[in-house]
Design a protein around this ligand. Structure first.
Ligand SMILES: [Zn+2]
Length: 315
């Protein structure tokens, strides 16, 4: 990928339901320029293409890089994607994108290789290359929020599996007699540790609506009721993580997403629970670390994905 005098550049887009984040990276992986744009109107594909192209132009211009040095574009989407065919399998946030051949569409726009993956895989890739899991070939990244998602790094690569559903940590069964989940399963982890479930627990305990941010602050300040909520949440998460860790023995588990902001009480509880449920040879050997790249992990991962795709093909 180009001699150092003429380095290559890559673009990453983290396409969300409301906003899309874009980053231009150097071939070394260094992020250079960033921009956030609204995703409103993206259901119109021509407008979506025009918006991305415009942002790409802005970022290259700001960095003073000629368009010919752009060698690849990566996208992260909030839903399952057929990575090999570059196809959106389903997406609830943007209407009309189901079965959208997004890669071939964007290739004709950008005239460079384009790759697409789901956003949790992009986050996992970024954390594994430049974040909390850097240097570990086997890692599990989990994002806690309204949804509970994740990505598996196996021997340094994202594990996608033949159905492109690898890493759906939120849908690990956490209760044999649990109720039905929207995914088609039952008693899924997300039903117990997703934002909605935690908010419901907070409401029951405090008998009023307080935000999860407030509940985190209360816990940090030592409120025993708030601490108990986060401890229980962490215990459930740690148990599920131990289930996966016992199967593939990762070196590190990275915990990110909004709920992870609850801080030491949650992380401490996840660690205690994990080590309680792990098999003896794994106990106290798997690091549990907070995510390091925060909100930028998705776009960075998308750009890194494009870079690695191009490098592996010698383009
Ligand atoms: Zn489910």
């Amino acid at each position: 990928v180009g001699p150092s005098k003429n380095p290559s550049y890559f673009l990453g887009f983290d396409v969300g339901g409301s906003f899309t984040k874009a980053v231009l990276i150097h071939v070394s992986g260094r992020p250079l320029q960033k921009e956030t744009l609204s995703s409103t109107g993206f259901e119109r594909k021509s407008y979506f293409a025009k918006s991305l192209k415009e942002v790409a132009g802005n970022l290259l211009l700001k960095e003073g890089v000629s368009a010919s040095r752009l060698k690849g574009v990566g996208l992260g989407l909030p839903g399952p994607v057929d990575f090999d065919r570059g196809l959106v399998l389903s997406l609830t946030n943007i209407k009309g994108w189901k079965n959208f051949h997004i890669v071939s569409f964007l290739k004709s726009v950008f005239k460079v290789p384009v790759v697409v993956d789901n956003d949790a895989n992009c986050m996992a890739l970024a954390e594994s290359r430049f974040g909390a899991a850097a240097g570990s070939k086997f890692a599990l990244c989990v994002t806690l929020g309204t949804g509970v998602g994740g990505g598996l790094i196996l021997n340094g690569s994202i594990h996608r599996g033949p159905f492109f559903l690898g890493g759906e940590i939120g849908h690990i069964p956490a209760d044999v007699s649990g109720s039905a989940c929207a995914c088609g399963g039952k008693g899924c982890l997300e039903l117990y540790v997703g934002n909605r479930a935690i908010a419901e627990r907070v409401r029951r305990v405090f008998r009023r609506d307080i935000s999860l941010e407030q509940a985190s602050r209360l816990a940090a300040a030592g409120d025993p009721r708030a601490r108990k909520i986060w401890r229980q949440t962490g215990w459930t998460i740690g148990c599920a993580l131990a289930g996966i860790a016992n199967v593939f023995g990762p070196q590190v588990i990275v915990v990110g997403g909004g709920v992870a902001q609850a801080g030491p009480v949650l992380l401490g509880s996840i660690r205690a629970s994990l080590n309680c449920f792990l098999m003896r040879p794994l106990k106290n050997r798997i690091l549990v670390k907070p995510a390091r790249l925060g909100q930028e992990a998705g776009m960075l991962g998308a750009a890194i994905l494009a870079k690695e795709f191009c490098v592996s093909r010698g383009k």
